[in-house]
Design a protein around this ligand. Sequence first.
Ligand code: TXA
Ligand code: MG
Length: 532
Amino acid sequence: MRLLNQNFMARILLHTCCGICAGHCVSLLQSQGHEVVLFYSNANIAPASEFERRLKAVDTLCAHFGVPVIVDTPNHREWLERVARGFEREPERGARCPRCFRYSLERAARTARERDFDFFTTTLSVSPHKPSKTIFEIGKSVDAERFLEVDFKKQDGFKKTNTISRSLDLYRQSYCGCEFSLRDALAQRRTATPKTAEMLSDRPEDIALAGSLLRAGGLVAIPTETVYGLAANAFDENAVRSIFSAKGRPFIDPLIVHVHSLEQAETLADTAHPAVEKLAKAFWPGPLTLVLPKKATVPDIVTAGEPTVAVRMPVHPVARKILRAAEVPLAAPSANPFGYVSPTTAQHVLQSLGERLDYIVDGGACDCGIESTIVLVGETVRILRLGIITREDLEKALGTEFSVEIGKGLLEKKAEEAEMQTAQIAPGMLKKHYSPRAKVELWENAIPNLEDATGKTALVFQKRPGSLPALSENATAFWLSEDGDQATVARSVFALLRRLDDAGFSDIRIERSPNDGIGAAVNDRLSRAAAR
Ligand code: TXA
Ligand code: MG
């Protein structure tokens, strides 16, 4: 290793990952009379917007000290492959970090050689969170001739660099850089100070952040055209486990996996059944979930040990962008506490799960308003859950080749078995779903007499009534649509149930939908909301 001679004015390439760390390091080297060029290189940074944010701080710093900067174009995908693969679950400061130091120092060494610098070194050693000894060992092993060993954290280096960055008002990052460090920083902050989730928008930088977090094993609530989903990387068992704990959902209830393309669906499920092609062509992307034979890639926790996996390709533009950004399939149940009404706006998610989440992506109110139609494609085509895509729609798309039948959902089947076996799970809990806190009763044809209603009671009509019946002072009338259009009723029903709950209604008397088409799906949700 060459040593820095105090009387020798050296040209030094100074690697840095951000503006903050560089201040003291530049100042120290300049004060020793050296010529410094910054090398801004950090392919670890995710999302890409964070790279730009830190670059701005580096530019401000360089202008202040009058030093040039070489910006190394980041290749995060390569970084993920070469540095992170197999080390994703390592905690911050674990075995992934030295690999990352090496990646950046190798790039710095190459640039120093190519551009004929006397030395290269790094600002990494200024941070008390980074092990100088390891950094020096890596630096020397990369290029013993050119690596300059400077422990910038000595003599209050970190304090000094912070003072400089504050005086220049530089952007202060709250995590080291990669999506895994962001995930850990968020988790740590959450345990230190419980806080409520942050809202993200559909701006590209927010989508990129959501994608990076999801890929790294974080939980993010996302909009879909049906209801909001609580998403996690479907291939990451720990991430999927955190969905269950955030929702309080029993592990016997499997999740739907969301994909952006048929090719991605094929990484999870066997799509060879001829009905799949027809259904996918007719309804994907859209509110249809197909239950198909699962591939070994899907962790058992996703499917509750079933040999099948539920796959859906949403059409909501924000959901699609997030899926593209995440690059992994996303397991996502509805983003509500288990058993409660599904959320159809970002505010609904914030209200009932906000304290258990870091981020919610706001994509506006959901267009369908009830969950997807679930279809089991096997020997027969069986509807397991009714939805906006109706039995008639399915029959039309499938033609005469396949018959469509209505079956029971997986949970109902399990509930029946439980009832027979008086198992540990409470069967009532499994049948009751989509339930507000208020007592729900259904009516049809005859308007209930609410002249003597005692509790705060909501009388809910399918469409705007011609005239209102006599109601007690405690009762108020609402309607789900102007004209009884069932797509509108489906869009409004969950939002109204939540609104009534929030307004403190104790009784909800709600008119049934006509029992066909979308109406049948609405009635399914209403009956469950009314189940006790
Ligand atoms: O519209 C939707 O489907 C929404 C959005 C977020 O995509 N998701 C949703 O997920 O409603 P969730 O978890 O609330 O309901 C999924 C249902 C559960 O009732 C589960 O039992 C069933 O899908 N399911 C999942 N995997 C299954 C499988 N392999 N076989 C049978 N049923 C399955
Ligand atoms: Mg649900």
